[in-house]
Design a protein around this ligand. Structure first.
Ligand code: LMR
Length: 327
């Protein structure tokens, strides 16, 4: 009997030790940009905060620069459980929901403060749940900034874009936006943009100061028109299966760390919109083209009709609500 008790005790101790040593839950966070960007910094901060607060329980491993998945694959991979978090730009969810196309409408938001107001509103927050039926959970928005137009020639008025090839993200709204100025849009992954520009397979692209700087597009694009014609922001997403499978307390600790990291990333986004633009100017590799109010009005007149094409898919009321955030 004594022997049996000893054996049971040993077994219990071994089992106890095994469960105490259970591997932490891994969150693979995949993104496509460089580390010195708002998203790169946010993801690293999130990993750091989780390490500080939940060491041994949860571990965040960040994979930048499309090392693990490009944006066109990452959501499928998430549904298969191969990656737990990502933050694709809002332009990349078209396959999953039509509402997020709102953010691609050209000249909808006048600045990032308007974007912030809209995302924080009840309508903006509701959009975080727009992926639920597809098994995905929106955990929050993250800013990058307003988009600019870079090209091999000066773009001052819409006619300057006629016939030129522009790389776009996988979004039909962005396609319509470039078709509206008689340009040729090509949907290509972010990881291919530098080479496409360098080899002159395309003439231009649209992106934020941060992306143009960190991926060195400015070194192969002699002109960047400061158009501020659209926004490039992100949604941090996870799968409902992974998120729902976390213990409630752990989930709220992970969410708190993420919210803090998002606030940190948003501050970096605001700062980089100025500092990366200045770094490009200082490099003298690319000329920043400022357009007059009259020239800008021509771009607005050419591109804004795109709204009507997508109004039914997105919802006219939602577009109105987003417009109202400019006041
Ligand atoms: C792009 O493809 O241009 C962007 O979505 C990249 C990013 O994640 O900022």
């Amino acid at each position: 009997m004594r022997l049996l008790t000893a054996a049971v005790t040993t077994m219990a101790l071994t089992l106890g030790a095994t469960s105490a040593m259970a591997a932490p839950i891994e969150i693979k966070f995949s993104h496509v940009v460089a580390e010195n960007t708002p998203k790169g910094q946010m993801a690293n901060k999130f990993a750091e905060l989780v390490e500080e607060r939940l060491a041994g329980k949860v571990e965040v491993n960040v994979f930048p620069s499309s090392q693990l998945f490009g944006d066109n694959k990452v959501l499928e991979a998430m549904l298969l459980g191969d990656v737990q978090m990502a933050a694709p730009s809002l332009s990349k969810f078209q396959k999953y929901t039509p509402t997020l196309q709102l953010f691609d409408l050209p000249f909808l938001f006048k600045d990032m403060a308007a974007v912030e107001r809209f995302q924080g509103s009840a309508d903006g927050q509701k959009m975080l749940t727009s992926l639920e039926s597809k098994g995905l959970v929106g955990l929050g928005y993250l800013h990058n900034g307003m988009k600019q137009l870079s090209a091999s020639d000066v773009l001052r008025v819409p006619a300057d874009a006629n016939g030129k090839k522009f790389r776009i993200m996988t979004s039909d709204v962005l396609q319509a936006q470039f078709e509206a100025v008689d340009a040729v849009p090509l949907k290509k992954p972010f990881s291919e943009v530098f080479t496409l520009l360098q080899t002159k397979a395309i003439d231009g692209q649209e992106n934020t100061w941060s992306n143009i700087y960190s991926k060195k597009f400015f070194e192969v694009q002699p002109f960047i028109t400061e158009s501020n014609h659209g926004v490039l922001d992100y949604m941090i997403v996870t799968s409902a299966e992974f998120w729902g499978g976390l213990d409630a307390d752990l989930r709220s600790e992970v969410k708190a760390a993420l919210d803090e990291a998002i606030a940190y990333g948003n501050n970096i986004a605001a700062e980089k919109a100025n500092s990366d633009k200045q770094a490009i100017i200082d490099s003298k590799r690319s000329e920043v083209v400022e357009i007059s109010a009259e020239e800008r009005a021509l771009w607005v007149a050419a591109m804004k009709p795109v709204w009507a094409k997508f109004s039914d898919d997105i919802g006219a009321d939602l577009i109105k609500a987003a417009e109202a955030s400019n006041q």
